[in-house]
Structure formats: C-alpha cells, structure tokens
Design a protein around this ligand. Structure first.
Ligand SMILES: [Zn+2]
Length: 340
C-alpha cells in the first residue's frame, strides 16, 4: 500500500459513519430495491410498501414497516472492509441481497398486520413473547423448519421462523410444495403463509410506522470503533496441537531439497478462512466471528510449531482442516464450548 493509500484508509477508518454520506439512492442498491418492489407486486403484495433505510445491520424495528439495510453494502470499499474486519458479510451481491430482503419483508408483514396476535400464527410458529436469544442452538437439518438464511436461522425465534417461511414462500420460481413435500410440519407453515398472504392481498396494513432504529445518519461511531473486536474473552481451546500434527508435517531442515514443494500450514489455514467461516456458519450455525477466532488460533499454533504441507496434498489437507473445525464448531453449538 502506498503512503497515500495508507492515509486514505486511515481517514476512512476515523470518519464517523454518519459523515460518510451513505444512501441507497444513486448506489447499486437502488435498482435492487426497485427489483424487490416489483417482486412484491408480482406476489400480490400491493398495499404494504416497506420503507427502506441504511442502518448498521439487517433488521426491522418491532411494530414498524421499515427495513434496515447494512450501510456497508452501499459501497464496495466498505463491503470489503466489513469482510476484512467482521469476517463475514450478509447480503452482498444481487442474489444474496434479495435473499435477505425477502427475510426482512417477512418481519414487515408480521408487524404490519400483527399476524403474531393470531392464534393460528402462534400455533404454527410459537409465541412472540418467547425470549429472543442471540445464542441459539440449532439442530442442523431439522425437518420442522425451512432453510433460507444460513445458520438454520428459522430456529432462532418464532418471529424468525415466520420470516424464513415467508421468504421461502416469496422466492420467485421456488417450488416450495415440491421442496418441502417430505416435511409435513414445514409444509403446514408454508400453506398457512400462502393462505394468509392471499387473504391480505385486499387489506391495508394496520401498522404503517416507519421509525428507524440506528439510521445511518445517527451512527456516530467511526468505522474503527464500529469494528472493534467485541467478542468476550472466551478462552481458546488448548491441546489442539496433536490434531494439527495429524494434519500437517513438521518442517525439516532439508525442506528445500524435497521432491514436492511444501508450504507453511498457517498460510493455508488463513487462506481457507473466508470460505470456511461462511460454510461453517451455514451448516452448523456457529457464528462467523467465533470460527474466525478459532482459525486464527489454529494458524498461530501451526506457525509456532513450524508446520507445513505438501502442495500435492492440498485438497486432502483442506478437507482435514475443514472437518476438524466443523467438529469443534458443532461441539460449541451443542455445548457452548469446543471441548467437553
Ligand atoms: Zn429476522
């Protein structure tokens, strides 16, 4: 990086988010939002028009019809910074952006028509008054929930279960009756959603509030502060050197004369980080920031142990690291800790 680029990066990090001049209008988000509005019309949702704004994360404030979109999606450099700092990005690129909007629209419909007060809704999804736990413990591949966002998100709370079900129902061209034909509990939720949405076509929403929560114009923190590591200091699992040793080899003095090139183990682990973090979250529900912290710990141990791998074993080594990390992540999802 040139000193000029360094200066610019430094300036960017020090600027309060609200002063970055971010907006949906005029950015590549604008045509996507328009496309989504057309999708809603085609689905028969014409009386409920969600309000969209930039915020610090995806979300719909309770009892509003306002969808908060992460500010970092409005500019490519901010998206890249988010990937670097948070290790995981939600909703970047057209298909993913629409994927998240469909989910958030589920909350909008729920709040706009106060569906959560209907006994039939409660019977399908549960009570809205259930505690909303950030740390939920999903059962991967449960036959009782749709699959839409990564991390088995429908299992988090009844409101999320509805939002995920709605998102599946809304997805253009998705044959949800075929997709979930073998899962009666899911099909019942989807049929309920279908019936409800048909009934709501001709009804105006009860709630039309658009109060925003953490609108981008109110985000006083600089990016540097926004991305400060806020993981609590959970101790990293000790005693994994043996696991690493079963995957990697120790570097030897005659490495330069080996017939097949050998590369540093920590480099491979760090190279795997973005994809592994995202896939572990998708399939186990283990949070990206935790997986990233675990991977960096493993990479550091491999570096200290001076471990290497043969380039002609790269696929086997990648599979081994992936499986090790997935097993640890599953432990954490079930028990709250990597090691029992
Ligand atoms: Zn949600």
């Amino acid at each position: 990086m040139s000193s000029e680029a360094h200066f610019e990066a430094h300036q960017l990090l020090g600027t309060p988010i609200r002063d970055l001049g971010l907006a949906i209008e005029g950015t590549e988000l604008e045509p996507l939002v328009d496309e989504f509005r057309q999708e809603l019309e085609r689905a028969g949702i014409t009386r409920l028009k969600p309000h969209m704004y930039l915020s610090d994360e995806w979300g719909v404030p309770f009892e509003t019809i306002a969808i908060g979109i992460p500010f970092y999606l409005a500019r490519a450099d901010l998206t890249a910074l988010h990937v670097e700092r948070a290790g995981h990005v939600e909703g970047a690129g057209r298909p993913e952006f629409l994927h998240y909007l469909r989910h958030e629209m589920g909350h909008v419909v729920n709040y706009a028509y106060r569906l959560y007060e209907l006994p039939d809704w409660v019977a399908q999804f549960g009570a809205m008054t259930q505690p909303y736990l950030e740390e939920y413990h999903p059962e991967p591949f449960s036959r009782r929930f749709v699959r839409h966002l990564p991390g088995w998100y429908a299992q988090k709370h009844p409101d999320e279960d509805w939002a995920e079900t709605f998102a599946v129902w809304l997805t253009p061209g998705l044959d949800w009756r075929g997709e979930y034909g073998a899962f009666p509990a899911v099909l019942a939720k989807l049929e309920f959603c279908d019936m409800t949405m048909n009934a709501l076509r001709s009804r105006d929403p009860i709630v039309v509030a658009t109060e925003r929560d953490d609108d981008v114009s109110q985000l006083e923190d600089s990016l540097a502060i926004h991305y400060e590591d806020d993981l609590e200091d959970e101790p990293l699992p000790p005693g994994l050197d043996g696991a690493l040793r079963s995957i990697f080899e120790d570097a030897t003095a005659d490495d330069a004369t080996q017939p097949v090139a050998r590369l540093p183990a920590h480099g491979l682990i760090l190279l795997m980080e973005p994809d592994l973090v995202a896939n572990v979250f998708r399939w186990t529900g283990h949070f990206p920031d935790r997986t990233r912290r675990l991977l960096r710990h493993l990479a550091e141990r491999a570096r200290v142990l001076n471990q290497v791998y043969s380039v002609d074993h790269q696929i086997a080594t990648t599979v081994a690291v992936t499986t090790l990390v997935t097993a640890l992540a599953m432990n954490h999802v079930h028990r709250g800790t990597y090691l029992s």
